[in-house]
Design a protein around this ligand. Structure first.
Ligand SMILES: [Ca+2]
Ligand SMILES: [Ca+2]
Ligand SMILES: [Ca+2]
Ligand SMILES: [Ca+2]
Length: 251
């Protein structure tokens, strides 16, 4: 088993930030981060500081070791392992091949100074439970984790879905509600059962012809009182009080 040291704050921040950026970008940034961490105040553990673990111990011989080139300096040659030792006797310690041992599910981890370091998550995966050991266990294309850990895909009074790239997509308004400001991020913010927005966004009961007062009932305008000299005779509120009053009622 390979041990993974706890993340320092800068690493966590960097990982979260990267979860919203393209994978191609973060891979290059992740490598630069590795080089910049000590100077940035993110103390990097060294093999000497780590508790005695398997990762810091000599690798057992069962890993297809063979006699080494030098009986004194390198008596046996083994596959390179992330342990601070030049296992394969090529003069390089924990070189690229050791990174392959730092496998975490859906995560990028590299070997440095004898220890595997969690770098960041693969695109559309998140380390949402905070346990490095299981890597980035959460897929970020669900309604509960859409693009980021814990970021729910919800819109007020509307249906929405999380798409294949972790973007929350507006779908449609709930009945009786309208997206009258055109902003899908606040969902369908307007009740469509008011005098100003009756049944749809651009229908106001206040602007009906020759109507003094009207109300909205279940998304339809209802004339309450006509302006003087007019009357409502055709039971169609959309044309307001369409008839000139003769004083004798509707004929
Ligand atoms: Ca080596
Ligand atoms: Ca995890
Ligand atoms: Ca809106
Ligand atoms: Ca009418």
């Amino acid at each position: 088993m390979i041990s993974f040291p706890p993340l320092c704050d800068e690493r966590i921040y960097f990982g979260n930030m990267l979860s919203g950026i393209g994978y191609a970008l973060f891979t290059s940034l992740a490598l630069s981060l590795l080089l910049a961490l000590p100077a940035a105040g993110c103390t990097m553990s060294t093999a000497a500081e780590q508790p005695e673990t398997e990762a810091n111990s000599p690798v057992p011989n069962e890993r297809s070791c063979q006699p080494g080139p030098d009986p004194d300096d390198c008596p046996e040659s083994c596959p390179e392992s992330c342990d601070g030792i030049d296992n394969d006797c090529d003069g390089l310690t924990d070189e690229d091949k050791a990174d392959q041992e730092c496998n975490l599910p859906h995560a990028v981890a590299v070997c440095a100074e004898g220890v595997c370091w969690f770098q960041t998550c693969e695109y559309l995966y998140g380390d949402c439970d905070g346990y490095v050991e299981n890597g980035c266990e959460t897929v970020l294309t669900t309604s509960d984790n859409c693009g980021a850990c814990g970021k729910a895909c919800e819109r007020d009074h509307a249906s929405a879905y999380c798409d294949h790239v972790g973007q929350c997509r507006f779908e449609s308004c709930d009945a009786g509600w309208g997206n009258c400001d055109g902003d899908v991020y606040n969902g369908c913010e307007t009740s469509l059962n008011t005098v100003d927005y009756c049944g749809r966004c651009n229908r106001s009961c206040k602007s009906l012809p020759q109507v003094a007062t009207a109300r909205c009932e279940e998304g339809a305008c209802v004339v309450e009182q006509c302006e003087e000299g007019y009357q409502e005779c055709d039971a169609d509120p959309t044309n307001g009080c369409e008839s000139v009053s003769t004083g004798g009622g509707c004929s």
